[in-house]
Ligand binder design. Structure first.
Ligand SMILES: Nc1ncnc2c1ncn2[C@@H]1O[C@H](COP(=O)(O)OP(=O)(O)OP(=O)(O)O)[C@@H](O)[C@H]1O
Ligand SMILES: [Mg+2]
Length: 428
């Protein structure tokens, strides 16, 4: 089950993930414009604050202070409105993309050959459809746009800081890179853990679905406690993986906050020296502090968001792998219609095995005559159900032919065949 967990981002998967957003290109474009507007307005705040401080210190005019205060208030209100529209549009596109993806995955799964479900438990698949898709949803609806917004805010903020005072900016950048390296170092670990967590969750979901689907057997064999133990063990595994991830994520929060505090102290101290020496105006000092406060948000969250994006890419790889599974070939190019005579079935020298170690049918011949009842009798595991499966074309014989009313099954369309042949499912 647990495939090798990849440490790197696959560019191909990233491209494919974002190809899903194509139908919503215009919506996302508008969201991007809103994001830029919001960022520009937010970043203009320190400049207005600088102007306000320096002017008011010179003029001692409360009226001017009021006016600047009002300007800043309006700036923040407008930026809030832009932010709202941006988030709403992104959620709109993201939710639709994910809804469509779930529907497509389900439709595709339904069309996969029966053999696919022999090697993939339905519980695991259900878990992918709910948990993996949910993780992608969070990324597509929230993180993707926030990452872009945060990068823009961060770069814009650094630019703004350079304009205000380049020396102070250098101090901030040195401290910043020191703290950011912590995130960069631990990011891949977090991603691996989250992939492992999803695998473990799929595993235990599979076990639970299996037990509930076979509840009669579980009860008949008095296996409730055994199943319960298996599920508890599986859940314990999920818990311990998630807690390892939580420890890293919590440390991200703590290191981010500590880093922010250190940088603030550094700015107050070094900026204070600059103000004392007359190299920096008090207004610039205030503007600089505001800029640091504005970029502190992105600084702390960007690493977490990137690691979540990487996780979502991991999840999407698994989902795309499902979409890439070839479906049952439905039709021969020109399917023959089933002749409407009473059913006549012939198995001719049929060889069949589910896997090469264990041949089930070898040179098997059978004729079921029209209008007659044919019963297959044999010990358990002798191949009775297999014969029925072959008649449905759930599997293809490796050798030999099966005829229905004189026509080889492969000449018929699958849906025509399955409408013609009836199946009364067994009760366990
Ligand atoms: N999906 C499968 N994948 C691999 N092996 C299978 C699969 N289904 C059946 N087999 C194997 O093929 C053989 C024939 O199984 P089949 O279910 O056709 O027997 P059966 O005659 O219907 O038995 P029963 O009387 O218990 O229903 C058995 O050895 C079984 O283990
Ligand atoms: Mg059977």
């Amino acid at each position: 089950m647990a495939e090798e967990v990849k440490g790197k981002i696959s560019v191909a998967a990233l491209k494919r993930l974002f190809s899903l957003t194509k139908p919503f290109a215009r919506t996302l474009y508008v969201a991007g414009v809103m994001m830029l507007l919001d960022t520009v307005l937010t970043l203009s705040l320190p400049l207005v604050a600088r102007l306000a401080t320096n002017t008011v210190i010179q003029t001692h005019s409360a009226a001017l202070l009021n006016r600047y205060g009002l300007v800043m208030l309006l700036l923040m209100l407008a930026s809030g409105v832009f932010l709202y529209i941006e988030y709403y549009l992104v959620a709109f596109a993201g939710n639709r993309i994910v809804t469509d993806l779930r529907a497509r995955l389900f439709a595709h799964l339904e069309r996969l050959p029966v053999a696919y479900f022999d090697s993939h438990r339905s519980g695991d698949l259900t878990s992918y459809l709910s948990n993996d898709v949910a993780q992608m949803q969070q990324t597509l609806t929230e993180d993707a746009v926030r990452i872009v917004g945060n990068v823009v805010t961060l770069l814009g903020g650094i630019l703004m800081a350079l304009v205000i005072d380049w020396q102070l900016t250098v101090v901030v950048l040195v401290m910043l890179s020191f703290f950011m390296s912590y995130f960069i170092l631990l990011g891949p670990r977090l991603r691996k853990l989250s992939r492992k967590g999803l695998d473990a969750l799929a595993e235990v979901t599979g076990t639970m679905t299996e037990a509930m689907g076979n509840v009669r057997l579980v009860k008949a064999f008095d296996r409730e406690e055994y199943e319960e133990r298996r599920v508890r063990e599986g859940l314990g595994n999920v818990l311990s993986i998630n807690m390892r991830a939580a420890r890293i994520e919590s440390s991200f929060g703590a290191v981010g906050l500590a880093g922010f505090g250190m940088i603030l102290i550094g700015v107050v101290w070094y900026g204070g020296l600059l103000v004392l020496s007359g190299a920096l105006s008090p207004g610039s000092m205030l503007a600089f502090l505001l800029t640091v406060a504005i970029i502190s948000g992105p600084m702390g969250s960007i690493a977490i968001q990137i690691s979540r994006l990487q996780r979502a890419i991991g999840a999407s790889e698994r989902l795309f792998a499902i979409l890439d599974e070839p479906v049952e070939q439905d039709q021969p190019d020109e399917p023959v219609l089933i002749p409407s005579s009473p059913a006549h079935v012939i198995f001719e020298s049929v060889n069949f095995a589910y896997n090469s170690e264990n041949p089930v049918l070898q040179m098997f011949n059978l004729e079921m005559l029209p209008g007659k009842v044919t019963a297959l009798v044999g010990p358990s595991g002798s191949g009775k159900s297999t014969i029925a499966s072959l008649l449905f074309r759930f599997y293809e014989p490796q050798n030999g032919s099966i005829f229905l009313n004189g026509i080889e099954l492969s000449q018929l369309s699958r849906s025509d065949l399955r409408r013609y042949v009836g199946l009364a499912p067994p009760h366990t």
